[in-house]
Design a protein around this ligand. Structure first.
Ligand code: BGC
Length: 590
């Protein structure tokens, strides 16, 4: 049939052509633009090719639903992309084990074993990692259980960007003092008394000082179990004066100024703490292989074979286990963006962040940033005159028969003004009217009487950002599981591959772990069967308990004396120095 043939009235191509012309009309009902090309005809085979260009028409006015679906699709991260990211992650892991200064830092921690649950003792831990500073004391009971007492204080924003490191660390030491006075008054008083009853220069015996594990959740170049210099700040902290300094010494100096009976015994990243805590609480035949945080920031620490660690180590460590815990600092995976997704909103977020070009993986995964991505998308939609998002022409277009209003000082207009927590509300709200989410939009962002369509659009975009984060999280988990070889190791055949996680995202974002599992089962070398063997469990308070466990290991490296030894030694010292010794129980009494 030639191009001049009469088209059949049911020819699907022709119907599509008219439909396109019809849809091309905008709401002012102007006539469709005329297309002077000959009408396409159906037939086989055409003697001349069909036109491949779309007919000229006016731009479509997309509905909010279609617009939000299109934006959500921009956050898709396909199985294929996930797989190539896993390969790249593994490549960058190897690179980081071989040399310094790589994207994935792969920092050796000098921790050469994981606990088995039998450890005992009373330790202290402090945790500086994001929004809060936590001080805790942990009684390890030696039977995989522990008792934890803690206090938590929000870190004032001005201290996160203080002029000197000393300002921040003085604040931290003060919190330790308050904690001791509140929760360990006896111990605290006893030590003050000891200092007063002995006139030796030290004042009291080192062995009776609390060993403190310092969880410091920023990239640190560790050179020993209680020594490490800050490489860079992340998560909104920015105190340039601290870069390159030993953070343990900074804290110890301020503790000493307050004469507290506390020794910073171990420096721990929160991921290492999580790994330790999980290993302590749920020891399996092979122990936990990965500790990961999906919270304000994200990172993971895993157990690596010493033989794979090729870059030189400066500090002392125990070589007998043949393993060492590595802090990957995976927040900086693929800073060069060879496999990470990069929407215009990711670009905008990075540009306006305090650390452009770094922590690129973290900026797509962790809690601090997801809300900001959603905020940037929301602002773009609000500015788009073609889209009716959080605006009503009049009350008839709003299902609550009101008009949507955004207060002029809404935090939606400010950087970091959208708390990621609202994404959890969006994901969890399955009520027909999305009334919980709409209530939250009002409470948190001053968006009054949002319509159902607005809330649905907001939810669809938020869910897409959350889902992308979970799928990206699966990339890091999968790469490390594959690296450990545990899934194929015959010695581990019937054992689960245990992973400890902590952080607000993995704990509170609905279905986060399910979405990780879904992605894991699509990864080569894991698949559905492998995914079933990967056990991802929450290690609550991991960083505190883990830091205490490492402080225990560190204390074991020092000379340890029992109370009897202590008193004996004290008496003999006193005799030789002609001092008066008040017995311990007496000192405690008065
Ligand atoms: C830091 C890591 C930390 C992670 C989770 C990241 O920003 O660089 O050291 O482990 O946040 O707190």
């Amino acid at each position: 049939m030639s191009s001049a043939s009469i088209p059949s009235p049911f020819c699907p191509l022709l119907i599509l052509h008219f439909l396109a012309l019809y849809l091309g009309r905008d709401s002012t009902h102007s006539p469709p633009a005329v297309n002077h090309r000959p009408l396409p005809t159906c037939g086989n085979p055409p003697s001349v090719p069909f036109p491949t260009e779309a007919p000229v028409s006016r731009p479509l006015k997309m509905t909010l639903e279609a617009q939000s679906a299109a934006i959500a699709a921009r956050f898709d991260y396909t199985d294929e992309q996930v797989n190539s990211a896993v390969n790249e992650f593994r490549r960058q892991m190897t690179e980081g084990l071989e040399k310094d200064g790589t994207s994935l830092s792969q920092i050796p921690t000098y921790v050469t074993g994981v606990p088995n649950g039998t450890e005992k003792g009373l330790y202290m831990a402090v945790d500086l990692g994001g929004t809060n500073f936590r001080v805790c004391s942990i009684q390890l009971n030696g039977d995989t259980t522990f008792n934890l007492t803690f206090s938590k204080v929000a870190i004032p924003r001005d201290l996160m960007v203080a002029k000197t490191a000393q300002e921040l660390f003085a604040f931290l030491a003060k919190q330790i003092e308050l904690f001791l006075q509140t929760h360990h008054e006896d111990h605290f008083e006893q030590h003050v008394r000891r200092r007063m009853t002995m006139s030796s220069p030290d004042g009291y015996k080192d062995e009776h000082v609390f060993r403190l594990g310092f969880t410091f959740s920023f990239p640190v170049q560790q050179v020993g179990i209680n020594k490490g210099t800050l490489i860079r700040w992340t998560k909104g902290f920015d105190i340039p004066d601290a870069i390159g300094k030993d953070v343990c010494a900074l804290l110890q100096d301020e503790i000493d100024k307050l004469h507290l009976p506390v020794k910073v015994a171990a420096l721990v990243n929160d991921t290492v703490g999580t790994l330790m805590a999980r290993s302590y609480s749920s020891p399996g035949k092979t122990g936990t292989v990965l500790g990961a945080i999906f919270g304000t920031g994200t990172n993971g620490a895993y157990v690596e074979k010493l033989s794979n660690l090729k870059k030189p180590l400066s500090g002392e460590y125990d070589k007998t286990t043949g393993e060492m815990v590595i802090n990957t600092e995976w927040g900086s995976f693929d800073n060069q963006l060879s496999v990470l997704p990069n929407t215009e909103w990711d670009v905008a977020l990075d540009k306006a962040s305090p650390n452009p070009g770094i922590q690129m993986y973290e900026k797509r995964v962790s809690g601090m940033f997801l809300g900001e991505i959603l905020r940037l998308v929301t602002i773009d939609l609000l500015k788009d005159p073609k889209v009716s998002f959080f605006k009503d022409e009049n009350s008839s277009s709003n299902d609550w028969k009101s008009t949507t209003n955004i207060v002029s000082d809404s935090s939606i207009y400010t950087q970091w003004g959208l708390d990621t927590a609202i994404m959890s509300v969006a994901a969890a709200d399955n009520t027909p009217e999305l009334s919980t989410l709409r209530g939250e939009l009002e409470k948190q962002l001053g968006i009054y009487s949002a319509g159902l369509d607005d809330a649905q659009a907001f939810k669809a975009i938020a869910n897409a950002i959350g889902r992308r984060s979970a799928r990206l999280s699966a990339v890091a988990i999968a790469a490390i599981v594959l690296q450990t070889g545990k899934l194929t190791d015959p010695a581990n055949a019937d054992e689960p591959v245990d992973i400890g996680v902590d952080g607000s995202l993995v704990e509170h974002y609905p279905y986060f772990r399910d979405m990780i599992y879904e992605a894991l089962s699509a990864i080569d070398g894991i698949g559905e069967e492998g995914a079933k063997r990967i056990r991802i469990g929450i290690a609550k308070d991991g960083s505190g308990v883990g830091a205490a466990l490492i402080a225990l290991v560190a204390a074991g490296m020092e000379k340890r004396l029992t109370t009897a030894d202590y008193l004996g030694e004290l008496r003999s010292n006193a005799k030789s120095n002609n001092l008066t010794v008040v017995p311990e129980d007496e000192a405690a009494r008065d």
